[in-house]
Design a protein around this ligand. Structure first.
Ligand SMILES: C[S@@+](CC[C@H](N)C(=O)[O-])C[C@H]1O[C@@H](n2cnc3c(N)ncnc32)[C@H](O)[C@@H]1O
Length: 234
């Protein structure tokens, strides 16, 4: 596991990345949800606090990585009123085992990390833990895997005298799976002070794949904001 290399960079880039757009979409997506929400892959809690802010529901924030959970719990500690309402589940999605079925489940920017076999096994587990008619909503990008491309900078942000920078190369690309190499750099002036690398597979399932998996697990497609898919348990 080398994912920890990316943790110091996470909030710096994502607070200005996908998070503001998702925050705008949550209130309409979760209209009428009042009792309970499971967030699969809560990460550092950037979305978790927004779920708590836009609904009165109890939140179950599931996050398997101890490093991400450390930031999530730190964020919750800074919002003591949320400690009454947010439970942090320290395990992966297949281990989900709730005291009672959830009203809604939300999974933001997690799909890319789920191997196809794992993902196929996950939907029935989620269905089992969701109430009849319950909502399952997640981010999804059409078009399958991106094409192979050379190393290029994708993000950078100044922190005092340093710049935190991420470069990405897509080294191999299939239909739904691709291999990416990430360089995480801390730079002062033009001097790279630290540089660490992560290489791994990522996944962008096609619509036909997702549709077959979700309908096979008993879900029916519902309306969703752009960039997301929503399903209800039939
Ligand atoms: C890109 S982060 C997204 C975090 C958060 N949802 C957000 O939008 O800021 C992906 C998260 O998914 C988590 N994750 C990866 N595999 C998982 C699994 N099998 N079950 C649950 N979470 C998983 C990772 O640990 C990581 O925190």
């Amino acid at each position: 596991m080398t994912d920890f290399i990316s943790f110091p960079f996470y909030d710096l880039f994502h607070e200005n990345g996908h998070v503001p757009k998702i925050r705008e979409k949550l209130p309409s997506l979760l209209t009428g949800v009042t009792r309970s929400i499971v967030e699969i892959g809560a990460g550092t809690g950037l979305i978790t606090t927004s779920l708590a802010d836009c609904t009165p529901a109890e939140i179950f924030a599931l996050e398997p990585s101890a490093g991400m959970r450390a930031v999530l719990l730190s964020r919750l500690a800074g919002r003591p009123e949320l400690l009454e309402r947010v439970t942090v589940l320290p395990y992966d999605a297949l281990s989900l085992d709730l005291p009672e079925p959830a009203e809604a489940m939300v999974m933001i920017n997690v799909m890319y990390a789920l191997e196809p076999d794992y993902r196929k096994r996950m939907w029935p587990v989620l269905a089992e833990q969701l109430e009849p008619g319950g909502l399952l909503a997640f981010t999804w990008r059409a078009g399958g895997a991106p094409e192979a491309r050379a190393l290029q900078e994708v993000e950078s942000r100044r922190v005092g005298r340093h710049t935190y920078r991420v470069l990405v190369e897509i080294t191999e690309a299939g239909e739904e799976t691709y291999e990416a190499r990430y360089l995480y750099q801390v730079v002062e002036d033009d001097k790279v002070i630290t540089e660490e690398e992560i290489t791994g597979n990522a996944y962008r399932p096609l619509w036909e794949t997702i549709e077959a998996e979700l309908t096979g697990a008993g879900f029916v497609q519902a309306d969703a904001p752009e960039g997301m898919l929503a399903w209800r348990l039939g």
